[in-house]
Design a protein around this ligand. Structure first.
Ligand SMILES: [Fe+2]
Length: 479
């Protein structure tokens, strides 16, 4: 259990707020890819709530709606792509995904690090940006037809941009990711331990905290017998009876796994939040004021307003997924997750031991044999040394990164084919903040990249989104 008795007043108030909004245990429901581009939890929200846009955000957004349709087209096209994992001539993870060496910012303070050419052993902001920047070095063509006339292999090797990079962490950062993995294993071990534990998590169910904001445990997603979800969110630290630790919601998770494992979970989630914050702000060339305003990294900006506890819960969330009863297959029709993109800036996944995740690499679109691309499984780079104690994270661009990068970063299309039963994945979905202050000011927040067109640039799209709450984009795309 995360809290001490001194935190009971804060937590009691929050528990009351949540209990008023309980949903049923099977509230998760995944729409097919034809219906939505968002993550499963967001799809639930689209079915159970309606978006109430702020200010003038209810007006028509034709370019934004077209943005969603264009992504859908790419998803549909990816379905005809070849799955050639392990076959001769197939792309390898090494030649498709850049690998970045990164570390957490130390001391809990976010650096206003805009030094593109930091020559430390860790990747500079420029290298991070290049790794995710689709059009940089891959094509001089910006008219969206992916013409192969002027294709130049770029940092993605033979890939023309999957929107995915591998992140290598070392030292304490790597240890925190291993701790998060151990927490994930421990959670499911405890759920399986006896009927009391099973019932306690089943009783937690899935509950709504705010519009499009859910947390909880679903022991059988969509009643399909394929997977289980635990969605947790951070209530950022606040000064309340001297209790200054963040809280992981649902609180029952801490009670189940115990203090040590919960502490490991916090450290690992914080590492993912921090790495995601750094990547997003580097890719968008954001100043720290803009990044803090728009990127929800599980911290809070204001120290007062205790009554707004519900809206303080992080928009970004961490998910544990356990795949159950599946038979390994390479057939998309049997996928655990069909081809889709995530409604996030970035999705960060500690690399699971068992395969299953595949990334769409539209590499051969610009290649020689006329194919559209192929599915590639992200694995540790060949140079991986078993002795170096590194930890690897798969970092996939979500649709918010494509939007705010003006089309320079393609949102990463991915799927999960039926993996070995018992595979556990622990992704973090880094999303925009949803507070009133999180208004997008295109010139101020994205001014440095605004005028640089990307391969998926849509003229006028960012102008249409100017002065919007970025999180309202989510409501428009799922409706
Ligand atoms: Fe996903």
């Amino acid at each position: 259990m995360s809290g001490s008795s001194s935190s009971s007043i804060c937590l009691a108030a929050f528990t009351l707020l949540l209990s008023q909004q309980q949903f049923t245990a099977n509230a998760f429901s995944i729409k097919s890819v034809e219906q939505t581009t968002c993550s499963p939890a967001a799809a639930v929200a689209a079915e159970t709530t309606s978006c109430t846009p702020a200010n003038n955000e209810h007006k028509e957004r034709p370019l934004l709606q077209n943005f969603g349709k264009q992504i859908q087209k790419r998803i549909v096209n990816s379905k005809s792509g070849a799955h050639r994992f392990g076959m001769e001539g197939a792309y390898t993870s090494d030649e498709t995904f850049p690998c970045l060496d990164m570390q957490c910012n130390t001391g809990g303070e976010k650096k206003d690090n805009n030094n593109d050419d930091d020559d430390s052993i860790f990747s500079s902001r420029r290298e991070i940006r290049d790794a995710f920047n689709e059009s940089s070095g891959t094509s001089n063509n910006s008219n969206n037809d992916n013409s192969d006339d002027d294709y130049i292999p770029g940092i993605h090797g033979r890939s023309s941009g999957s929107g995915c990079s591998i992140i290598r962490l070392s030292g304490e950062d790597a240890a925190s990711i291993r701790g998060l993995t151990e927490y994930a294993n421990e959670f499911f071990e405890k759920v399986d331990y006896d009927d009391t534990n099973k019932k306690s998590m089943k009783d937690v169910g899935v509950f709504r905290i705010d519009q499009f904001v859910y947390a909880g445990f679903d022991e059988n997603v969509n009643d399909e017998g394929k997977m289980q979800f635990l969605d947790t969110r951070i209530l950022p630290y606040r000064t309340c009876n001297n209790y200054q630790e963040p809280t992981l919601i649902p609180l029952e998770v801490g009670e189940l796994v115990g203090e040590t494992s919960l502490s490991d979970a916090h450290k690992g989630i914080n590492t993912l939040m921090d790495i995601g914050y750094q990547i997003t702000s580097a890719v968008l060339e954001m100043q720290s004021d803009s990044a803090n305003k728009l990127i929800d990294d599980g911290t809070r900006l204001e120290e007062d307003n205790q009554s707004m506890i519900g809206s303080d819960v992080s928009n970004s969330y961490h998910r544990l997924i356990r795949y159950i009863n599946s038979q390994p297959s390479t057939d998309e029709d049997t996928a655990a997750f069909n081809s889709h993109v995530d409604s996030s800036f970035l999705t960060l996944i500690p690399m699971p031991k068992l395969p299953g995740l595949e990334i769409w690499s539209p590499c051969l679109k610009n290649g020689k044999d006329g194919q559209d691309g192929e599915w590639v499984r992200p694995i540790k780079p060949d140079c991986y040394d078993e002795e170096d104690n590194s930890a690897y994270i798969i970092a996939m661009a979500g649709e918010f990164l494509q939007l705010t990068s003006n089309g320079k970063v393609p949102t990463c299309i991915h799927r999960v084919l039926p993996p070995m039963p018992g595979r556990i994945s622990a992704p973090l979905f880094l999303r925009p903040r949803r507070g009133d202050d999180a208004l997008l000011d295109v010139d101020l927040d994205l001014g440095q990249t605004y005028n640089k067109d990307g391969l998926y640039h849509e003229p006028g799209l960012l102008d249409e989104c100017d002065s919007m709450h970025l999180w309202s984009v989510h409501g428009i795309l799922v409706n």
